[in-house]
Write a protein that binds this ligand. Sequence first.
Ligand code: SF4
Length: 365
Amino acid sequence: MSDPGFGTYVHIPFCAQRCDYCAFVTYTDAEDLERRYVDAVLAEMGRSPVLPASTSAFFGGGTPSHLPVEMLAELVGALHLAPGAEVTVEMNPEDVSASTLAALVSAGVTRVSIGIQSTADHVLASLGRTHRGDAVRTLCETVAAAGLTSWSMDLIAGAVGESDEDLRRSIADVLDHDAAPPHLSAYLLTVERGTPLSRDRARHPDEDVLAGRYEILDAELSERGYGWYEVSNWARPGHACRHNQLYWDGGDYVGFGAAAHSHRDGVRSWNLANLTAYLDAIESGRSPESGSEELTDEQRHLERLSLALRTRRGIERPPGGVPDGLEGLLVEDGGRLVLTLRGRLLADAVLGRLVGSGVGAEVAR
Ligand code: SF4
């Protein structure tokens, strides 16, 4: 495996409005705290020990594009980047404009990831999203003209009220034109505890429907030349997200901001998730770290196995080949075992069976 590099993650915990399915650490109606927050993150970056230059950086949230673009540019400018680093910013469709993108590109952003989720307005309403889906092509044309190295859109499949045809239509709306994104992330709707969606059982997705939607996604995307490289990610050749690949390869990264996680040399640590607590810690000169743990060898191996298994690269072939009970879920490919389409739908169960059959760390390389 090639060197995964070193990554920086910056968490931006602000959104215009909370989506019904979302359990991320984010705040609405908190614009008055944005300046303080950016200053706090800059202070946290300035206080951190000397770190390797980052081969990738990722601004996630929350909605990073909810920050005024000048503040985002300040944060990008404070990163310690290796030459040619990938710098991704997550954006909401409402925040995309030629001028915002131009400012991001001139600040050093190379990639954006836009949460479109669906192009059907009734599906967006069912997800508790407020943007409309009908302007996706214009949006794509604006992004494609911005001079980014790569970019991505996100879809969510499986909302109640979505039909197979709605999903096919969304895929076609996003991809069937000259300005299509070269990368697509597509997630099956999951019910997270504590969200409005979790309290509304009538809107919980059906497992069989979800499986069918995943099959549609994979078929439609493969047909258009987008290969899967992780269970929820498809890309045209050369457009895989380097930062996510670093996570899946078990690489090291540092996280800045509320709730941000870091991972270095087998030690995982995480910052205070509460926005005010994070601000108070930084502003009074204290560390914003909320906890840390040194992973045991067993934990590291299990984590590496579970991450590698979900990727197209897969895991090294164990001496006995596909373990009993996993026929049809794993396939041998170039001396490695890779999930089949059905296996991708049952990735957690496959992991459990691999661990149960004694397949260990040596296959996660
Ligand atoms: S925009 Fe993203 S982070 Fe914000 S509430 Fe919606 S899903 Fe959560």
